[in-house]
Design a protein around this ligand. Structure first.
Ligand code: 5GP
Length: 183
C-alpha cells in the first residue's frame, strides 16, 4: 500500500482514483447491459454517494434519471442503529420503476436494509443496490448488494464522498486516517 506523504493527517491510500474510476466504468457497463430496455432510476444517498453517483451515472450508456434521499440513523455516536429518519425524501414516484440505490459504503447494512424495505413498500418494479465499498466483516444484516466495487477491511475510511467531520469528501482516493486526525 502507498503511503500518503502530502496529507499529514491521512494514513494510507486504500484505493486510488484510477482504481475507483476503472471499477465504476466496469460497473456502469454491466448495469447498461442488465437494464436493457428498462426504465432506470438511480437513487443516491446523500451526502456520501455524490461522487459515486456522478461517475457511475456517466459510465451508464443509456437514459437514466437521478434522485436523492437523505437519511439519518439514530444511534449512539458513530454506531448505526438501524432506526432511520428521512431528512429528504425522493421527488420521484417510484411505483413501477426499476430503482437502483447508489451507495458509497455498506458497513453494518442496517441503513440500507431499512432503505430497501422503505422503497419496496412504494411499489417499484425492482430495487437493487450498487455500492462502491462494502465491509463484509462489519455486516450485521443479510443484504444482497448487487453491484459491489471493492470489499474493504472493517476500518474507517474517507475520501471520494466519505467524510470525517465533513472533511475529506473531495479527496480523489479512498484512504484511512492517521492517529492525529482522530484527536
Ligand atoms: P450502515 O448502516 O451500513 O452501518 O451505515 C452506512 C453509512 O455509514 C454509510 O452510508 C456512511 O455514511 C457511514 N459509514 C460507514 N462506514 C464508513 C466509513 O468507513 N467512513 C465514513 N466516512 N462513513 C462511513
Amino acid at each position: 500500500m502507498q503511503r500518503v506523504e502530502s496529507e499529514v493527517d491521512l494514513d494510507q491510500i486504500l484505493i486510488t482514483e484510477d482504481e475507483i474510476l476503472g471499477c465504476l466504468a466496469r460497473m456502469g457497463k454491466q448495469i447498461t447491459a442488465d437494464y436493457d430496455g428498462k426504465d432506470l432510476l438511480l437513487v443516491g444517498v446523500l451526502k456520501g454517494a455524490v461522487m459515486v453517483m456522478a461517475d457511475l451515472a456517466r459510465a451508464i450508456d443509456r437514459h437514466v434519471e437521478m434522485d436523492w434521499m437523505a437519511v439519518s440513523s439514530y444511534g449512539s455516536g458513530t454506531k448505526s442503529s438501524g432506526v432511520v429518519r428521512i431528512l429528504k425524501d425522493l421527488d420521484t414516484d417510484v411505483a413501477g420503476r426499476d430503482v437502483l440505490i447508489v451507495e458509497d459504503v455498506v458497513d453494518t447494512g442496517l441503513t440500507l436494509s431499512w432503505l430497501v424495505a422503505n422503497l419496496r413498500s412504494r411499489g417499484p418494479s425492482s430495487v437493487r443496490i450498487a455500492s462502491l465499498l462494502r465491509k463484509p466483516d462489519a455486516m450485521q444484516m443479510e443484504i444482497d448488494v448487487d453491484y459491489v466495487g471493492f470489499d474493504i477491511p472493517n476500518s474507517f475510511v474517507v475520501g471520494y464522498g466519505l467524510d470525517y467531520g465533513e472533511r475529506y469528501r473531495n479527496l480523489r482516493c479512498i484512504a484511512t486516517l492517521g492517529e492525529q486526525a482522530h484527536e
